[in-house]
Design a binder for this molecule. Structure first.
Ligand code: DAH
Length: 336
C-alpha cells in the first residue's frame, strides 16, 4: 500500500496535461470510479486496523492532490481559450467554395449559344441612349405613350438622353453600321420607370434579335423561334403566335410557348390557358429599314425581343423577380 501511494503520488507530480483530451484521460485514469485512486480505497479495506488512520490520511491527501490538479488544469485550459486541438500538418486543406453563375447570366448564355448555332452573332450597345435609337428610329410617333415619363428614365442634363427602355435600340445601331445580310442578337440591360413588384422591376435584361436579308419571310421567323423554343425549353415545346402591335414591326406578334409546368393541359402557372407569353416579334417595318438607309424594296427582315428574367423565372420556377436582384447567397448557391 505504501509503495502504491508513493508511486501514484510520483506520477501526479510528473504528469503533463496540455490538451483537453489529455485532461479527460487524466480524469478517467485517476478520478473515475474505476480509477487508480478509487482502487486504493478498495484496497484500504485490507489494511490492518492500527494502520488505517495513517493510510486513510495518505489516500485522502492523494485524492485532494489529483482533484486539485484536475481543477487547475481545467481552469488554465479554459483561460487559454483553447481546448487545444492537435494540429495535423499533413491534412489536406478543405476545398475552397467557388461561386456560381447568376441565373440571368446562365439564361443569357444559353440564349446566345442557341442563336449562335443559327449563325447569329452578338452585338452590344450603350445603356445611355438617345431618343433616335430608342424611339424615333424605331418608328415611334412623337406622341407615342411609351415615350411618356412613366416608362422612361430621362437624363436631365440633356433631355435627348435617356436610359434605354429596350434593347431594340441596338437593332438601329446595327442597321446603321452594317449592310445586309445582318444576323445578330443584342443582349443587355434595360431600364423602365416602373414600380418594383414580384413581377416587374425597374432594371432588367433583354435579348433582341434581328435578321435582314433578301427574301426573309414570316415563315423564317416562325421556324427560328420554334427551333429556339425547343432548344431552350425542351423538344416537346410548342409555340403559338398571336397578332399584336409594335411600332417597329409589321405585322407584329406575341409568341407563347406551351406551359413549361403542365405541358399545355392548364395549371395555375399558365392560368389554365396552357400557354405562357415569352416574347414579341414581327417583320421589320419598311419605315425602320428606310430610316437606317436600307432599301426596303430589296431587303426584308424579322426581329424579336424577350426578357431574360422572365425566361429565368419560368425555367427555374422562381416566383418573385426580386430574388434575381438581391444577391442572397442562399438563393444563388442553388445554381452552382
Ligand atoms: N422591344 C419590345 C419590348 O421591349 C420587344 C420586342 C417586340 C422586340 C417586338 C422586337 C419585336 O424586336 O419585333 O417590349
Amino acid at each position: 500500500m505504501k509503495d502504491l501511494i508513493a508511486h501514484i503520488s510520483k506520477q501526479l507530480a510528473e504528469i503533463d496535461i496540455v490538451t483537453s483530451g489529455q485532461l479527460e484521460d487524466f480524469k478517467l485514469t485517476y478520478l473515475s470510479k474505476k480509477g487508480k485512486i478509487s482502487l486504493l480505497f478498495t484496497e484500504f479495506k485490507n489494511v490492518p486496523n492500527d494502520q488505517k488512520k495513517l493510510y486513510g490520511e495518505e489516500i485522502n491527501k492523494l485524492k485532494q492532490q489529483a482533484t486539485q490538479l484536475y481543477e487547475d488544469k481545467k481552469a488554465s485550459l479554459k483561460k487559454a481559450g483553447l481546448s487545444k486541438k492537435v494540429v495535423d500538418y499533413t491534412m489536406s486543406a478543405s476545398p475552397l467554395k467557388i461561386g456560381s453563375r447568376h441565373p440571368v447570366s446562365l439564361i443569357r448564355r444559353e440564349i446566345v449559344d442557341i442563336f449562335a448555332r443559327l449563325g447569329f452573332t452578338v452585338m452590344e450597345g450603350p445603356e445611355i441612349e438617345d431618343d433616335w435609337h430608342v424611339f424615333t428610329g424605331l418608328n415611334f410617333p412623337k406622341e407615342h405613350p411609351a415615350r411618356d415619363m412613366q416608362d422612361t428614365f430621362f437624363i436631365h442634363v440633356n433631355p435627348d438622353h435617356l436610359l434605354r427602355t429596350h434593347t431594340s435600340s441596338v437593332q438601329v445601331r446595327a442597321m446603321e453600321q452594317e449592310r445586309p445580310p445582318i444576323r445578330k442578337i443584342f443582349p443587355g440591360r434595360v431600364f423602365r420607370n416602373e414600380a418594383i413588384s414580384a413581377r416587374s422591376h425597374c432594371i432588367f435584361h433583354q435579348v433582341e434579335g434581328l435578321y435582314i436579308d433578301t427574301n426573309v419571310s414570316f415563315a423564317d421567323l416562325k421556324q427560328t423561334l420554334l427551333y429556339f423554343s425547343k432548344e431552350l425549353f425542351g423538344s416537346d415545346t410548342q409555340i403559338r403566335l398571336r397578332p399584336s402591335f409594335f411600332p417597329f414591326t409589321e405585322p407584329s406578334a406575341e409568341m407563347d410557348i406551351s406551359c413549361t409546368i403542365c405541358g399545355g393541359k392548364g395549371c395555375n402557372v399558365c392560368k389554365y390557358t396552357g400557354f405562357l407569353e415569352i416574347l414579341g416579334c414581327g417583320m421589320v417595318d419598311p419605315a425602320v429599314l428606310e430610316s437606317a438607309g436600307i432599301d426596303s424594296k430589296i431587303y426584308t427582315g424579322f426581329a424579336f425581343g424577350m426578357g431574360i428574367e422572365r425566361i429565368a423565372m419560368l425555367k427555374y420556377q422562381i416566383k418573385d423577380i426580386r430574388y434575381l436582384f438581391e444577391n442572397d447567397i442562399r438563393f444563388l448557391n442553388q445554381f452552382s
